[in-house]
Ligand binder design. Sequence first.
Ligand SMILES: NC(=O)c1ccc[n+]([C@@H]2O[C@H](COP(=O)([O-])OP(=O)(O)OC[C@H]3O[C@@H](n4cnc5c(N)ncnc54)[C@H](O)[C@@H]3O)[C@@H](O)[C@H]2O)c1
Length: 332
Amino acid sequence: MLSDTTIFRLYGDKVISSLKKLDKPVIASVINPGEKHKTLSEIPRIIKPYFEAGFNRNACFLALGGGVITDLGGFIASILLRGIATIYLPTTLLGQIDAAIGGKTGVNFQLSKNFMIKNMLGTIIQPAMVISDIDTLFTLPQKEILNGLGEMMKYYIGWEQPSVAQLLKIKQAIKTPPRFSERTPRVLEETMKIISICQHIKLDIVQADPAETKGIRGKLNLGHTIGHAIEGAANGRISHGEGVSIGLAAAARLSVLKGLLKEDKYKMIIAQLKSLCLPTAARNIDRKKVLSALKLDKKGGTFVLIQDVGNIKTNQRVDLQLINQVLSEIIV
Ligand SMILES: NC(=O)c1ccc[n+]([C@@H]2O[C@H](COP(=O)([O-])OP(=O)(O)OC[C@H]3O[C@@H](n4cnc5c(N)ncnc54)[C@H](O)[C@@H]3O)[C@@H](O)[C@H]2O)c1
């Protein structure tokens, strides 16, 4: 099993004592938290204890944590002994509504000291099981709730659900520090319902286009072209969800400049992102790094653009001049 030190401290013992009931050996590896540990260089240290203890292809790899842990754990499991089964226990909002679903695994590549390119090595392999326990979300710090809301806004802009009012409810429900008295059955049920809306949007898309070959899955990249580039150029200072939020603002602006999205809808989207306290611009980012990351983008430099909330278009080419214009507006 793989976790990070924060999550292991909170939930490690509980999970291990449950696993021990199976009367099978449990070997746990733990990494330090954070995106910068989602790299190839962490892998030897993680897998060494498994080989020391001895295991075979019947072993199951359990990833307990956020998207960093499920991406990295899923990647390791997909190459260990040429692939063993995985179970994901996502513990972040972002993990439960996105990262743990769909089978994309991967690690980042550190191109130079302060510049990583996101998810450049990876595999697509479905986990055997994903268990989302929403109780774990109540220990999340506020910034991780915002991180999840960034990806949830992607679903709202692309699929018109969950509504912004529901997202505000999530923000309100999962408070920090946790107020257990406020976790009434109604709050839990509402939280579960909103999370499940997002999970089903992603599941439906992944089922329709599991290997991203039919042009359907590409819709999930809404906000991710510029979002990933900014996240990578910020080298850990901007979370994935914040990067996506800035990427959504950039995609909306590009859509206006390409004549696809009406100005008033653009203003509405920006106001909605801000109402959730999500960023729509980035500070102190090297624009050259963002442009380099865009050149290396897996999507071949194409964008998902917005015609309206709930109506998006994949594979859109955008002139470099427009990209530069938008970058100069969103990098302040
Ligand atoms: N594979 C995919 O389809 C996919 C989709 C979206 C994002 N991602 C990836 O997911 C990653 C981001 O995931 P993330 O936002 O979950 O980040 P993360 O895994 O780094 O977790 C964020 C932080 O929250 C802490 N944490 C996790 N669960 C906690 C809990 N229950 N209580 C308290 N603290 C907790 C972690 O220790 C960490 O510090 C990125 O690498 C991104 O590329 C993958």
